[in-house]
Design a protein around this ligand. Structure first.
Ligand SMILES: C[S@@+](CC[C@H](N)C(=O)[O-])C[C@H]1O[C@@H](n2cnc3c(N)ncnc32)[C@H](O)[C@@H]1O
Length: 433
């Protein structure tokens, strides 16, 4: 009998993940669209490994280099090695099968672990899980009763505590504890270990709880439309902020929610409907065609336009993102158009909140600067002051009179998504000028 044994194949899930990783690194393609194109059935596990790699890229690449894994095994594919190391050290902790690459990486487990624990680029702790109570369907008191009934412990904060104390309390959160956010009413903070638990929780399916990052909740918090007022949300889908504004207004008054994409408009209608919004009028259309005849008596406007989204923590990125100046220029042009339109087409407007999930100044301070030049009847209000000075990160102070009034949420400092916010008020004497 022949002694020849067929080589054992690498499990397809590892091969498919490595293929995506390779394309993302070499061709600078977006992981999201590569996963979407992939026919492989286990998309969730692909996504989980790639997210772990994205979060710990420095530590993993470093450990592969330090242990000589690729140098000593020149036939081992680099992308496959990254996937296997990620799964072994940051994922499931074990690898399937007995293929050569799997056996090779397994034999380096101890060395890899040592390299990672000794490295300065330690595993990045994910940010906490934020859960917002949808007060259209559940009161804060009932939500707390529910949590206590499930044996969650509320971590109490000193009412005179600083923002730094609050961030420390989040970092030290025990797994059975939760915190109430210090800026936004109804935002609950849980240990990141519970992220998946909350994603599939019955209250989330029933829209009593909304999975909404705290940073994005600052938009409605700062806009602060009073109960009974009239609000215009110019870029509304999928409707997370529309719903939050509705909660802030106790579901009384009126919100015009505009969205130009048909599919996203449908999502907006579904979400606001299921979440019990009684005051939202969804409008399918272009923000730039809205005016006081279509949306009368508007007093408060939210402008949350399409942006590069580089502040979003759920994004998977496997190589250093190149700044795409052309794309930013185009996005900023649209952002300026929409914000400037909000400032000029609604005579009764009192306050406008502009936000992006971008950390690029081109979409943030520069948009604010241009719109103030174009619309001198508006001035900036200090977001930091509105948060009782309990905030640290503001805009770039080189933008005089602008930077200090704007707010940044920074993922590593504020433990949130990366968000920029700016708040405008119509000057009281503007109509007489
Ligand atoms: C960042 S998202 C808004 C997220 C939303 N505010 C939320 O919190 O769920 C931007 C949205 O604006 C829409 N949009 C972009 N340009 C628009 C325009 N000119 N008119 C109306 N909607 C627009 C996009 O289709 C997209 O759904």
């Amino acid at each position: 009998m022949s002694q020849f044994t067929h080589s054992i194949k690498v499990p397809t899930q590892y091969k498919a993940t490595a293929k995506i990783l390779k394309a993302a690194i070499e061709k600078q393609k977006s992981i999201k669209s590569l996963i979407f194109e992939e026919k492989h059935a286990r998309v969730r596990s692909l996504q989980a490994v790639l997210k772990h790699y994205s979060d710990n890229r420095g530590a993993i690449d470093n450990a592969i280099e330090e242990t000589g894994l690729l140098k000593e095994n020149p036939n081992l594919d680099s992308a496959l090695a990254k996937v296997l190391v990620t799964e072994l050290i940051f994922g499931r902790g074990q690898l399937n099968g007995e293929s050569k690459p799997v056996r090779t990486v397994r034999s380096y487990k101890e060395k890899l672990q040592q390299a990672i624990s000794g490295s300065e680029q330690q595993k990045k702790e994910p940010n906490p899980r934020y859960v917002r109570i949808n007060t259209n369907l559940l009161s804060v008191a009932d939500a707390l009763d529910y949590l206590y009934g499930e044996e969650w412990r509320r971590k109490q904060l000193d009412p005179d505590g600083t923002y730094a104390d609050f961030l420390a309390a989040i970092r030290e959160l025990e797994e059975d504890e939760f915190l109430m956010d210090m800026h936004v009413e109804g935002v609950l903070i849980f240990h990141h270990k519970w992220s998946h638990y909350w994603a599939s929780h019955e209250f989330v399916h029933a829209k009593k709880f909304i999975l909404q990052n705290k940073a994005t909740c600052l938009a409605a918090e700062l806009l602060a439309p009073p109960v009974g007022s009239t609000v215009l949300d110019l870029c509304a889908a999928p409707g997370m902020k529309t719903l939050h504004i509705c909660n802030v207004m106790h579901n009384k008054g009126r919100i015009y929610a505009v969205e130009q994409s048909k599919e996203r408009y449908k999502a907006l209608c579904d979400i606001t409907n299921e979440a019990g919004c009684q005051i939202v009028t969804p409008i399918l259309g272009d923000a730039l065609t809205m005016d006081a005849t279509k949306c009368p008596d508007v007093e408060y406007i939210l402008v949350d336009p399409s942006c590069s989204g580089n502040g979003m923590q759920s994004r998977i990125s496997v190589c250093d993102e190149q700044k795409d100046d052309k794309r930013l220029y185009k996005l900023a042009g649209l952002q300026i158009k929409i914000l400037s339109h909000a400032m000029s087409a609604f005579p009764n407007v009192k306050r406008i909140l502009y936000c992006t999930c971008s950390l690029w100044k081109e979409e943030n301070e520069q948009v604010v600067q241009r719109c103030l030049q174009l619309n001198p009847s508006f001035k900036l209000l200090s977001c930091k002051k509105a948060l009782r000075n309990k905030w640290q990160n503001v805009g770039d102070k080189e933008y005089v009179q602008i930077g200090k009034n704007c707010l940044y949420c920074l993922p590593d400092y504020d433990l949130t998504d990366g968000i920029f916010l700016a708040m405008f008020e119509k000057r009281p004497d503007a109509d007489n000028e």
